[in-house]
Design a protein around this ligand. Structure first.
Ligand code: FAD
Length: 306
């Protein structure tokens, strides 16, 4: 069913590591730019990926080649403070105005003791927000991560929400959630946030299902739950086309219902593919905007708040 155009639409990419992957991202970004997203974001070492160095150049090319507003992800885990400060200066001098400030995924097998880089390293996203605000005041619009199904390391949802509240009070201007397939978990999470006066916009993260096994693999690592009914239904489909149609139906329904709840918009985890994201947007009746994209300049932020 077509939905009204949401106030916020963002797409997440990861930095490509080969020429072929670069070409794919270029094509994906070109296609998705036609939807005039509020911003695109570029991950930084997500799932422990050794591609952190590629984030700044990916941010740069999305801005200059496609005229996209870009939010650079920046994490603090096992990162020397001076490296974070260097990156902040570099982004600022290039005119980047948005960051997704996160702690960062622990590389496989790492424990809490190694989160903080030796010396004056930072261990939590809240400490990173404090550093950005102390050094750069209001230059950057800051987004943070939130977990409707609770962060896997948190002792309880209440404790996790208290951390989200802390991030909002320190100056985060919006939160993007981990993806989920349980609408009810999101509704309860949203209600709890309201009860705790966490007033920042909560933008649901949406993971289209292109390859169900890959989503199951990611979910085991990031703590998103795959409902049993979903796995059972996927197991029952033999044909690729049937699986794709079911995936679109599930994620499309989820998005329709989320937008029906009045969320500010959607953040799509694209995995650098345009097909599943475009199919989802088409299903929602969200079409490309025909006007040519606005070239990126440091001070143009067409939708600076969702
Ligand atoms: P935090 O807010 O620091 O919370 C982490 C855990 O510590 C939580 O359990 C929290 O409850 C707890 N906690 C927080 N503060 C304290 C404290 N003072 N004392 C004790 N416990 C505390 N990972 C990447 O590596 N790169 C990316 O680019 C990336 N992008 C992401 C984007 C989004 C939208 C999301 C949802 C996640 C992303 N991640 C990324 C994953 C993220 O880094 C992990 O989920 C990480 O485990 C937690 O990050 P955080 O910013 O939520 O951490």
């Amino acid at each position: 069913m077509p939905v009204a155009r949401p106030r916020h639409l963002s797409f997440e990419f990861f930095p490509p590591r080969s020429e072929q992957a670069q070409a794919r991202l270029r094509s994906t970004a070109g296609r998705l730019a036609r939807y005039r997203p509020t911003f695109c974001s570029v991950t930084y070492g997500a799932l422990g990926a050794p591609s952190r160095d590629l984030t700044p150049s990916t941010v740069r090319s999305l801005r200059t080649e496609h005229g996209l507003e870009v939010a650079a992800h920046l994490s603090c885990i096992r990162t020397p403070r001076r490296e974070i400060e260097r990156l902040l200066e570099a982004y600022r001098s290039e005119g980047v105005r948005r960051l997704v400030t996160i702690r960062g995924d622990r590389p496989g097998g790492q424990e809490e003791e190694t989160d903080r880089a030796p010396g004056d390293g930072l261990a939590h996203a809240a400490e990173l927000i404090r550093l950005v605000r102390a050094r750069h005041r209001e230059h950057f619009e800051l987004w943070v991560a939130a977990y409707p199904e609770c962060h896997p390391e948190a002792p309880s949802l209440q404790a996790d929400l208290a951390r989200l509240k802390e991030k909002a009070e320190l100056g985060a201007q919006g939160a993007i959630t981990q993806y989920f397939y349980n609408l009810e978990a999101f509704e309860r999470f949203r209600d709890e946030c309201a009860r705790m006066n966490i007033g920042i916009p909560l933008v649901p993260g949406v993971m289209p299902i292109h390859d169900f096994e890959q989503v199951v693999h990611f979910s085991a690592r990031c703590g998103a739950e795959i409902p049993r009914w979903l796995a059972t239904r996927f197991a029952g489909y033999g044909q690729r086309e049937d699986r794709a149609a079911f995936a679109l139906e599930v994620v499309g329904d989820l998005c329709e219902r989320l937008l029906g709840l009045g969320v500010p918009g959607l953040h799509v985890y694209t995995l650098n593919r345009s097909g599943p994201t475009e199919a989802l947007l088409a299903r929602l009746g969200l079409n490309p905007v025909e006007a040519p994209p606005v070239a990126a300049t440091p001070d143009i932020r067409p939708h600076s708040r969702p």
